[in-house]
Ligand binder design. Structure first.
Ligand SMILES: Nc1ncnc2c1ncn2[C@@H]1O[C@H](COP(=O)(O)OP(=O)(O)OP(=O)(O)O)[C@@H](O)[C@H]1O
Ligand SMILES: [Mg+2]
Length: 411
């Protein structure tokens, strides 16, 4: 349970494509420990309006970059940046379809924290092969709509002849996953801070009629002040009622997803219960070497707690992990308010939390701007894996021949 869990790709039924669901790998060594300096947030410029999808079938290249002489000193929401404007730096994470790279906007000085961005790169052929075109377009659309202090900020998107790219603000404090595995487990107060931020973010998303569907410590980052930022909207979906596709990560799947009964917002409250358990215990409540074993345990629902987990925490988790969606906390008439009113959150100042006025429990190590010391180390991407870096002229012929460009017009 120590290694990162990739999201299961979505499939129509578990039986049909169970082999496509990545299995838990054996424990990996933890990355190096973090000292604890203080950090101030870099001033975040306002979110740019989502760029309009190109109209014709022409390749979705952006206009040429601005010249460095007239360039502003921060990310310019009106500039139409292209791949050539970015310097590709360390890999921050790898996922099912691609990778996330730290990048620097070349015209901004390397000494500025806001010169750095996280670029999620997805190979179009893989997205098509794994039948994820709709999900990737939905990820782009939803991320460009949502705006919340605890959700990562998407700046803009691009495509070249091989990949689609999502350029987000760089969240430098690393994954909660790494902090949790390093600590073993979190004390109740630490857990409460993160879970409370997520209650606010889930409440916000559900009000936008978005279900997130991939809550897990690997998708939760810490900003420079130690506040939560949710990333990875690959499975987020606009849903008013129920939806049927199986997707998520095995240990975090609600029973109604496994049973293909149709699922809705309640799955995020279930996942929050799993997350609270995993933070307090150091491992999730239901897991097995094989996804099917995990599913069986989830459906059986034997919930056992380590002895150190107190009774109020147990009550919260049991209420969230109610297999009956009509009785699950968060999915009742009172919605997120019921969750906030649970005694476990007694004393939480929700407004101060949302405004970022509370001291976070873990302040990530803050090195030089653009440092990736809070992230695991990954191999560099293959040479030539981003053809657009050579410039749009150089990639023009391949782009014209790209059979997938029309599937990603919004990028
Ligand atoms: N804005 C960001 N700032 C810093 N790191 C990020 C950012 N976005 C993503 N990452 C890192 O990259 C990793 C992979 O990103 P993401 O989860 O979006 O990819 P994915 O391909 O959907 O992954 P998976 O399929 O495994 O869930 C994250 O777990 C995180 O470590
Ligand atoms: Mg992820």
């Amino acid at each position: 349970m120590a290694s990162r869990r990739e999201s299961a790709i979505s499939v129509d039924s578990i039986a049909a494509e169970s082999s496509a669901i990545p299995q838990s790998a054996p424990p990996a060594p933890l990355s190096k420990p973090l000292p604890n300096p203080h950090a101030d947030p870099p001033a975040a410029p306002a979110r740019p309006p989502p760029s309009a999808p190109p109209t014709g079938a022409a390749p979705a290249y952006r206009a040429a970059p601005q010249s460095a002489v007239s360039a502003p000193h921060t990310f310019d929401p009106d500039a139409q940046y292209s791949l050539e404007d970015y310097e590709i730096l360390d890999t921050l994470g790898t996922g099912t379809f691609g990778r996330v790279q730290l990048v620097r906007l070349k015209h901004l000085p390397a000494s500025r924290p806001d010169a750095y961005f996280a670029m999620k790169i997805l190979a179009k052929s893989e997205v098509v092969r794994l039948k994820q075109v709709e999900h990737i377009n939905s990820e782009r659309a939803i991320l460009s709509e949502v705006q919340h202090p605890f959700i990562v900020n998407l700046r803009h998107t691009l495509q070249d002849s091989r990949n689609v790219y999502m350029i987000m603000d760089y969240v430098p404090g690393g994954e909660i996953f790494s902090h949790l595995r390093r600590a073993g487990r979190f004390p109740t107060d630490v857990t409460r801070f993160y879970i409370a931020t997520l209650v606010l973010a889930i409440d916000y998303m559900h009000r936008q009629k978005v279900i997130y569907r991939d809550l897990k410590p690997e998708n939760l980052l810490l900003d420079s002040r130690g506040y939560t930022k949710i990333t990875d909207f690959g499975f987020a979906k606009h849903v008013e009622g129920r939806t049927w596709t199986l997707c998520g990560t095995p240990e975090y799947l609600a029973p109604e997803i496994i049973e293909s009964k149709g699922h809705g917002q309640a799955v995020d409250w279930w996942a929050l219960g799993i997350l609270a358990y995993e933070m307090l215990a150091g491992f999730p409540p239901y897991f097995d070497d094989h996804p099917f074993g995990t599913y069986e345990k989830i459906l059986k629902g034997n919930l056992a707690f380590p002895s150190h987990v107190d009774s109020v925490s147990r009550d919260l988790i049991r209420s969230l992990l109610n297999k009956d969606v009509s009785k699950r906390l968060g999915n009742l008439r009172g919605g997120a308010e019921d969750v906030k009113n649970h005694f476990w959150f007694h004393g939480v100042d929700w407004r101060a939390l949302e405004a970022g006025h509370l001291q976070a429990p873990i302040i990530p190590r803050r090195g030089a701007p653009g440092t990736t010391e809070n992230f695991s180390k990954y191999a560099a991407p293959e040479a030539n894996s981003m053809p657009g870096l050579r410039g749009r002229e150089a990639d023009a012929a391949a782009m014209a021949a790209d059979q997938y460009a029309h599937l990603f017009r919004a990028f």
